[in-house]
Structure formats: structure tokens, C-alpha cells
Ligand binder design. Sequence first.
Ligand code: 6R9
Length: 659
Amino acid sequence: MSNSIQSVLVETRVFPPPEGFVKQANISGQAAYQALLDESDRDPNGFWGRLAKENLHWTKPFTQVLDESNAPFYKWFGDGELNVSANCLEANIERGLGDKVAIIFEADGGEVTKVTYHELYERVCQMANGLKSLGYKTGDRAIIYLPMSIEAVAAMQACARLGIIHSVVFGGFSSKALHERIIDVGASLVITADEQVRGGKQIPLKPAVDEAFGMGGCDIVRHCLVYKRTGGSVAWDDKRDMWLHDLVKDQPKTCEAVPVNAEHPLFILYTSGSTGKPKGVQHSSGGYLLWAKLTMQWTFDAKPDDVFWCTADVGWVTGHTYITYGPLANGMTQIVFEGVPTYPNAGRFWEMIQRHHVSIFYTAPTAIRSLIKASEANAAVHPKSFDLSSLRLLGSVGEPINPEAWMWYHINVGQERCPIVDTWWQTETGGHMITPLPGVTPLKPGSCTTRLPGITAAIVDETGGDVEAGQGGFLVIKRPWPSMIRTIWGDPERFKTSYFPEELRGYYLAGDGAQCDADNCFWIMGRIDDVLNVSGHRLGTMEVESALVAHELVAEAAVVGRPDATTGEAVVAFVVLKRATPDGDEAVAIAKQLRDWISKEIGPIAKPKEIRFGDNLPKTRSGKIMRRLLRVVAKGEEVTQDVSTLENPAILDQLTKPV
Ligand code: 6R9
């Protein structure tokens, strides 16, 4: 990245933390934050060692904090032993929380089931005993392909209890993706359900597993355990398939947790890289759990009376860290939701916050933007039609939140009293890295603000040199941290080259372009390949998107670059309007209006060369806009890439038509 990114983002609003929040916060005030930063910068190993001792139960204490001898294959707390599940269950029961509600599960259709810590402990133990009875043991790999359910959390915990390495595959992934993961991870066990229920529809799951098995090469899978969610009919292989309820029903309700080395892999989670083949991101037990637990206390200000709700699916890293592990490690009460935000109507989130008195709510910008659109069309589903007084803190994750969506979230959901934590992190980082602390950090809409203590985030140029404030560059983490990715499963070489390129002096390369302002606040400009170069000016796609979404007609926008003979790259914008998708003269007129708007908001340089309208944007099932497909469509080429993770394939046709 030779030229500096010229930021054109003009966001000047600042929201200091509310006094009442600061007073009660776990990290309260700038001085407290600064003290932690200083401690971690002065003596990182002392800092992490102290936190690991204070926050985790070790069956065998560690004597060495960090082993850098084989960098970048770092080892944390490497001679210590612990069990992650015991840290989430027994640890809470022992401190008197056995009768506290651990999970409030709300099904798609609205049925509510609650389990206490004691009940969850018993369910996890029964499941673990069942797995043991089938011969599964520490080091085996299990694929979990389940809908959002108490069973999904329990299955992950049961694996952790025995040291079985789980790899959760999101229920929306195809049989082909599932097959690829079963093979890559070498799974001997698959745990699935007959069907899942989303938005009032029953969607088969087990048939996808059967199809994956049918693709061959899965002979090492000894069992497929099936959770009966709907009772829908499924094909059955007597030798391999087994109902989960039959396996667990007579199992003892206690099961000793198996101590594992701190570096023992807790899970492998696949994520897409820049090439086609997904990367199996391997996480540890000790370091990962430490950060899952601590970031709940720091970023989310976790307190005993909170009702926490992270709307992610356990198929993504957010669901791992901020559903299965972080909240349970802190003995919190949390919501687990099976359904979708728009069923039975787009007021579902707000209604559930009201019903369960949710105090901390964590969701994704894409969900917020779609709910903005719905509530502008229908007052009955507007957050203002619900009692959201239980909320005290809001969070955002997954992509940059554009300032307009931030403001809407702040005003309508947070009622201008709840801080918003815009958390920047990745599958590879295990937990939050750059985020406001709600009792410390003045908020700037659109910025994920400052680094967490212990996290040496920085912006550097292509040789690893620091760049000045206001200059764009690569987002890196200079020193290792406990919850970092350990390797790519089965591909240590790719791990090194993807994340620790030689020219960057051993820093972890996040793959995002960003810049820091004079207050040390980070502004993420999108993936490195999402930073455009138009006539020698670097331009964040996110900046153009933010400007578009700030226009009164626009609901959602995605911007990509297209090679251009004159300007190097040209901006192509895909736009969803709040009103019906226009065509003909009307489309031409609105496109002109939007181009003029961008020109006014950012500058003529950012003016989209082309604008295309659609009813929606191509999105993954986790809600990320698939820009790589849009780049192909923008070039006028045919999409030949894998679209198996695309939620709404039909949308591509509509977006191929220029105005
Ligand atoms: C947790 C998660 C990681 C990528 C990351 C970045 C984008 C995530 C963000 C954000 C701006 C935020 N991202 N959070 N960008 N602001 N608060 O989403 O993990 O699925 O691995 O995605 O998502 O581009 O590099 P993952």
C-alpha cells in the first residue's frame, strides 16, 4: 500500500460515556483504562499471567506465560492444564450460581425454555457420557451441524468437557461445504438435527449430512447423532445414525471434566480467505477462554443481573465466543434465539428485548439496516413501539457500522442513553480487539475507537513502519495475544504466509485497511482488497457506502471497484432503496441524484461511475455482503464462483442490469 489512504470520512460527532454508566462500570474512566494499557505495555507477560491466574481455574498452574521460541506458532500458558467446560459450569455452581438461569431459549415459534446452570451442567454431562460410551476421546474431531438450540451449546460444551475438538458448521451451509469440512478436519463424529425451523419454515438438516456422506471419503465418521427438533421424517442408517435423546437418556448426570493442556485445540472454525478454500482457524483452550471471559467483563461490562443477548448463530465465531463460552464463563443469563429478526414480523428483536428484559444487546449492522427499512414502512414494528427500558448497553459486530445506522441504533434502540460498543475483531482473533469500553471511551459513530489493553493494534505501511495519524495503511497486531489463531488446521505454511508475511516484521496482518485519527481511534476502511484506488486517490468502499446510506432514499448500499482504463479503478455502487426498485427514466434520475449527493458528501472523486438498483444485496447467511460477487457482476462478467454461501442467489440477475 504505497500511497496513503486519503480519508474522506467526515464524521465529527462525539458521544462521551454517560456519567451514570461510568460510575458503575467494570473499567471506569480513562485513568482505569490507561492503567491497564500501561501495565500491558510495560510488562505484557506479567499482565497476561496475572489475568490468567485471576480469571481461570487451572487444574495444573502454568509456570510460563508465553513461549515465543517457534514464532509465529506461539504458545500461551503452555505447561498449564484446565478444562474449558468446567470453567463454564462447575466454576459457577461452586460459587452458588447453580439455580441461576444460564440460558433462556426462545424458539422460532415463540416457545420459551429456561435452563439453570445446574440443569445445563447435567445436560452437558449426560451428553459427554454418551460420547464417551461411544468411544470418543480427547483429540477426536466432531462436526456440529445444529440449529440454534440449547443442544448446540450443550454439544459444544460436551466436546470441550472431553477435549474433543469441535468444528461447528453453520446450518445454512450446503452439503458440499459440510463435506469439505468433514474431510478437512478428519471428523469421526457428526452431530446434527432432523430439521431446523426458521421464519416459520422447516428446513431439513440431516438430509444435507446424508448427502455429504454420499459424496465419499467420510469413512472415518463412526456416528451421526441426531437431535430431534421437529420429528420430520429422515432417512436412517442403523449402523451410523443414532438419536441424541436415546444416547443420553440413561447416562449419569455427572461427568468428570478432562483436564487438557492450555494449548489443546478447543475448536476449529472455518472461515473464508482470499482464495477459494476455507481456512480451518484453530483456537486454543486456555488463551481463548481467558479472552472470551475478560472481554465480556470489559467490553460488555458484564454484571450478575444482566440479561445478555448476542443474536449471532453459534456457527460463527461471534456465537462461539459470545454465546457458548464468554457468557457462561462469567455465569451470566443469556438469550439463545432460534429464529430470524423478521419473523413473525420485524419487531421480533424489540419484542424479545421487552419480554426477557434484555440489558445488553449485541447484533450486526446488516440486521440494523434491514430493521430500519422495515420500521420506516410500519410503525408497529418500530423499536419505539416497545418497552426497551431494560437495555443499558448495545453492541455491533461483523462489519463497519455506517454513521447513519449508528445514529438510528443510538436514538431508537438505545434511546440516547445506552453506549454502543462497535467491536472490531475476527474469527482469527478469538475475541474483541478494538472497541470502545462503555465506561471509558467517547464514541464516534462509524469508528470502532480504541485498542483493548494488551492488544497492540497499529496501522503500518507495506514495510511494517508506523504511519502517521490520519494516514491509511494495514491494520496489524504487533505482539501476540492469548486468544489468537494458533494455526490453520493442516496447513501451517498457509498460516504463516497469510497472517505473518515476512515484510511486516512478524506482526499479525489482519487483512483490513484502516486508519487512526489523532485520538487513537481506528476507522476500518474495509478489507485490504476493498480499498479502491481511483485516480491515485485511495478510497474506502465503506466511506462511499456510508454516504449513500445517509441519503434519505437509500436503505442499503454496497460499493466495489471495477478496473477502469482512465482512473485505475472506478466506483460501482449497488443500491437498495427504501421504496420500490426503480427502472427506466426514474432510475436514471435517482442515480443522478445519488451521484450528485456523493459528490457533495465526499467529493467528485468518490462519485460512482455506475449505480445499479436491486431489491436486496447478495449476502451470506451470516449477513455479510458478498462483495467478491458484486465485483464480478460490476465487471459485467458471469458469476462462476462458488455461491453456496449466498442466501439469495436470485438477486444477482437483477444486479447485472446497468441503469
Ligand atoms: C467477528 C467477525 C472479520 C472481518 C474483519 C472486518 C469485519 C468485523 C467489524 C468489522 C469494521 C467492525 N469486521 N467487525 N469491520 N468494524 N466492528 O465478524 O469475524 O467473520 O471473521 O469477520 O469482519 O473486515 O476483518 P469474521
